[in-house]
Write a protein of this length. Structure first.
Length: 249
């Protein structure tokens, strides 16, 4: 969603007016809110309860991701859910698993041996985990940027473009999870037949590309907070290799 720019009828927009059309800072608001929530939870709940919540939440999502093909096929066969609803359903499973983890964590938190230092360390651990999670999400969005930017104005793709698109998407687990593998396979099959692959034939992938172009990319470009998260996250071992310079300009 973009801020409306006030211009007089028939007048061309001035540079100042154009600057006022920057997108609302939704991404920055979400990042700051997530970090504040992590800080409050860490202060109130300590380290054990949030840690068990994260372990159960991300553990369930990891299991779904590891067997994502069977998961997607099962939902499509029995519940007739598309990739978007399948992602929301996976998040719902993660939330339920995280709630169970929080119950386990609260039981451990009540033990006398766990009190005292638990609350102090909880602040730092929660903020660190939240930063890592935000960095992981931003890395996935950057991967989508590197995948979609070369084909933003293309309705038809060559075999080389399809190969590059697939290679970039496969480099990041979040990007892989957001895209239906059947769509990529359909594009590859079309390209192998010596014809240009049509994005119109893969509706969900094409819709994601449009959503990225209209909303996600402007948010990444205008974000003031994301560069700081990328600088910190890049230094966390094994988490990723993207930095602030990889954000779209």
């Amino acid at each position: 969603m973009f801020l409306a720019t006030a211009v007089s009828p028939g007048a061309s927009p001035t540079p100042a007016a154009t600057a006022g059309s920057s997108p609302l800072p939704v991404l920055d608001a979400v990042i700051v809110l997530a970090l504040l929530v992590a800080l409050v939870i860490g202060y109130q709940k300590g380290i054990i309860t949030p840690l068990m919540t994260y372990v159960f939440f991300f553990g369930s999502l990891f299991l779904i991701y590891r067997d994502r093909t069977a998961y997607l096929n099962g939902l499509e066969k029995y519940l007739h859910l598309n990739i978007v609803l399948a992602i929301f359903f996976a998040l719902l499973i993660g939330v339920v698993a995280g709630y169970i983890g929080s119950i386990v964590g609260q039981a451990l938190h009540r033990m006398p041996i766990a009190r005292g230092i638990d609350g102090f360390l909880g602040i730092f651990l929660n903020v660190a985990i939240s930063l890592a999670a935000i960095y992981f999400v931003l890395s996935g969005l950057i991967t989508l940027d590197k995948a979609f930017t070369p084909i933003l104005n293309s309705a038809k793709l060559t075999q080389a473009q399809v190969t590059t698109l697939n290679k970039v998407i496969q480099s990041n687990p979040l990007a892989v999870a957001l895209i239906d593998p059947n769509d990529l396979k359909k594009l590859q099959d079309q390209a192998k037949k010596g014809q240009q692959a049509s994005l119109d034939s893969v509706t969900e992938l094409n819709n994601l590309k449009s959503f990225y172009e209209d909303f996600i990319r402007p948010q990444l470009k205008s974000s003031k907070v994301a560069p700081y998260v990328m600088r910190v996250g890049q230094r966390i071992p094994l988490l990723g290799h993207y930095g602030s310079n990889d954000l779209p300009k």
